[in-house]
Design a protein around this ligand. Structure first.
Ligand SMILES: C[S@@+](CC[C@H](N)C(=O)[O-])C[C@H]1O[C@@H](n2cnc3c(N)ncnc32)[C@H](O)[C@@H]1O
Length: 292
């Protein structure tokens, strides 16, 4: 893996501002990745502040640990290799009762797409795997052993693939016998054989669907949101960076469910208000940032 690869965190300035960091607060980076957001959080914490850095990818966590410690860090730091769906267990283990804020920059890091060993990218040929942590028991190979209906549903629900039934059939006929040595290019070739005019968007949606299934990304997000809420102090902040409509929907529904209710122009105090949106509309990365 090219460890020196330049990594530019997404919406860095905006997310750090929104966290409104208190010098002596307790903060959690649920998706530490290469440490970009964690470094900026640390810069704003004093010596009684605490930052807990979590990532389920051991390589990324080790890399970010070295990177963060190269900076002059005053605050306390804890590094935890775990899935953020286990946040309740992580806090209990660390004896954390309340937090001042968290950030979750969802999905994969740039290294995941650049490093062949993750078998995640349709740009390189490698054995398809897609696990963000080697502790995950199923791999992308197992996707091709599922029942046809399941394959179709995953392609449709997680990748919005039109013609999911046809592609599911083709996957079974063309790829199942190659298990457990199916490669990323085998998948690309079957997609190209199935549909006319396959562009990168179709390929990335097929790969996204399989990746979401392997890593159980939507279940993780849902579980984390419900379990982190009781640990949040009054006036604490949570920032979530999502990259597709499925994650976005889960977050929006969660906020709606826990948001203060306004009835006939009055705040409804019969309902226990827990969450309040800080920005009315989601903040979207600029075209310049996306191109970079
Ligand atoms: C987009 S990257 C984060 C980049 C990071 N904000 C930075 O500035 O470098 C997402 C990271 O979250 C991790 N991740 C994804 N899902 C996770 C989960 N359920 N639990 C823990 N880590 C997860 C991935 O391994 C990856 O390193």
């Amino acid at each position: 893996m090219n460890k020196e690869k330049k990594h530019v965190p997404v919406l860095l300035k905006e997310s750090i501002e929104l966290l409104s960091i208190k010098k002596d607060g307790v903060y959690v980076d649920l998706t530490t990745g290469l440490g970009g957001h964690s470094i900026e959080i640390s810069k704003r914490l004093g010596d009684s502040g605490l930052l807990i850095c979590i990532d389920m990818d051991k390589n990324n966590l080790e890399y970010s640990k070295n990177r963060i410690l190269q900076h002059e860090v005053k605050n306390k730091l804890l590094f935890v290799e775990d899935n953020f769906k286990n946040i309740k267990h992580i806090f209990n283990m660390l004896d954390i009762e309340k937090i001042d804020g968290f950030i979750a920059d969802l999905g994969v890091a740039s290294v995941h797409l650049d490093d062949h060993s993750y078998g995640l990218s349709y740009r390189f040929n490698s054995i398809i795997d897609m696990r963000l942590s080697k502790k995950i028991t199923k791999t992308a190979q197992d996707f091709f052993l599922l029942e046809r209906e399941e394959i179709e549903t995953i392609l449709k629900d997680y990748g919005e693939i039109k013609g999911a039934k046809k592609l599911a059939d083709m996957f079974i006929v063309k790829l199942r016998h190659k298990y457990p040595n199916i490669t990323t290019f085998d998948v690309v070739n079957v997609v190209k054989e199935t549909f006319k005019n396959v562009n990168n968007r179709v390929l990335s949606m097929v790969f996204q669907a399989i990746r979401i299934w392997v890593n159980e990304e939507l279940e993780n997000l849902r579980m984390m949101l419900y379990d982190i809420l009781p640990f949040m102090k009054v006036n604490s902040r949570g920032v979530i960076l999502s990259y597709h409509s499925l994650e976005d929907r889960i977050v929006k529904e969660f906020i709606k469910e826990h948001e203060i209710k306004i009835i006939n122009g009055y705040k409804d105090y019969n309902f226990q208000p827990i969450l309040q949106r800080i920005n009315k509309k989601p903040i979207i990365a600029s075209r310049e940032e996306v191109q970079n």
